[in-house]
Ligand binder design. Structure first.
Ligand code: NAP
Length: 332
């Protein structure tokens, strides 16, 4: 039986360890579709899972990696055939089911998205869960009434994967984008992606009134905690906040005032279990009207499976910028 390399995570007596292993197909969780993986990508959740810093994994041992793009080699489901170019993000991949940090991936057919013809396998993973989530957030904000003429949209965690993608996509839709970051040194990078102006986390006002000066037509929040509370107090009447992440905390200490006096909405964004019809529609938008324009700048590195631990460290320390793609076999 063919052997292949995979980055597998173990837990022994509560201690999480991970590394490269040689596996065979029988070692992987069951599924109808076998994929020769070409690219994966590294997300914050992957770093939490592989280091044990977050309780992400629901069984051990497990191959990490919540994203993968590649070519079908075998399918027991009539919707897919050998040679099809496909991608999988979330759905339990790298969380409850062996994931994308592997040269061969096996998944349930219901999780598989045909690669839109306009995208290469590499581009799909440069976008990955981060870009898909940013697009899902913008889609929901617009469904809730956001339009470019309503005023600035603020993006927190701006230099991260989701933040960078959100800035790029919002700018290409014609929005005025304000990047909220902790990294002064990345001003040129953020402006290059399309941010019209920058706000530094350290410069945010310390006020805690239930309502403060209304500034943002919308917000894409990757940070949570006090920052999300501040956003609820500063979004304009009828504006919306897409709540994506918790890089800065999972609590939310606010009042009902923004909701009942300004009609502010918090829209929950969950990419992992996004229903398939919406999932396919968002990927089609990423290949079309919501396509990124600055992926070359956003991708800060293309690495191999051996390099994963170093990138996990950068992500967890908040020092990583943009997106890192993992090359498994691809050149496309
Ligand atoms: N809901 C979903 O479906 C979904 C999908 C993907 C990701 N997420 C979540 O979204 C968040 C961002 O993901 P990502 O992949 O973009 O991660 P990332 O690349 O690590 O970016 C996170 C960014 O947040 C900022 N940050 C880091 N630590 C912080 C802290 N202590 N306080 C405030 N800001 C901090 C940093 O940006 P600056 O220095 O520029 O501020 C950092 O670059 C994570 O919490 C992730 O789990 C959720």
């Amino acid at each position: 039986m063919e052997r292949f390399r995979a980055y597998r995570i173990h837990e022994t007596d509560g201690v999480v360890t991970a590394g490269l292993e040689e596996l065979g197909l029988d070692d992987l969780a069951p599924g109808e579709v076998v994929i020769r993986a070409c690219y994966s990508s590294i997300n914050y959740k992957d770093a939490l899972a592989a280091t044990g810093k977050g309780k992400i994994l629901r069984r051990f041992p497990l191959v990490g990696g919540i994203d993968v793009a590649g070519v079908v080699t075998d399918s027991e489901d009539s919707r897919f055939r050998a040679g099809d170019r496909v991608l999988v993000t979330g759905c339990g991949l790298g969380e409850s089911h062996d994931g994308g940090f592997s040269e061969v991936v096996r998944v349930p057919a219901d999780w598989v998205v045909p690669l839109p013809a306009e995208l290469s396998l590499y581009t799909a993973m440069a976008i990955g869960t981060a870009g898909f989530t940013a697009a899902l957030a913008i889609d929901r904000l617009e469904q809730n009434g956001l339009q470019p003429d309503q005023g600035p949209v603020i993006v927190s965690g701006a230099t991260g994967g989701v933040g960078s993608m959100a800035i790029d996509l919002l700018d290409s839709r014609g929005y005025e984008v304000v990047a909220l970051t902790g990294k002064t040194a990345e001003a040129l990078y953020l402006k290059g992606l399309g941010a019209g102006s920058l706000l530094l986390r350290a410069d945010l006002p310390a006020g805690k009134r239930p309502l403060e000066q209304a500034q943002w037509a919308g917000a894409v929040d990757n940070v949570g905690g006090e920052l999300l509370a501040w956003l609820t107090r500063t979004v304009k009447p009828w504006g919306s906040i897409a709540s994506i992440g918790m890089a800065g905390g999972s609590e939310l200490d606010t009042t009902v005032m923004p909701f009942i006096l300004r009609g502010v909405s918090i829209l929950g964004i969950t990419s992992a279990n996004c229903p398939m019809p919406r999932r396919r529609r968002i990927w089609q938008r990423l290949a079309g009207d919501l396509g990124p324009r600055h992926l070359d700048a956003i991708v800060s590195g293309v690495v191999g499976l051996d390099d994963l631990p170093a990138v996990f460290g950068q992500l967890l320390s908040g020092q990583h910028r943009g997106r890192t793609v993992v090359q498994l076999a691809g050149t496309d």
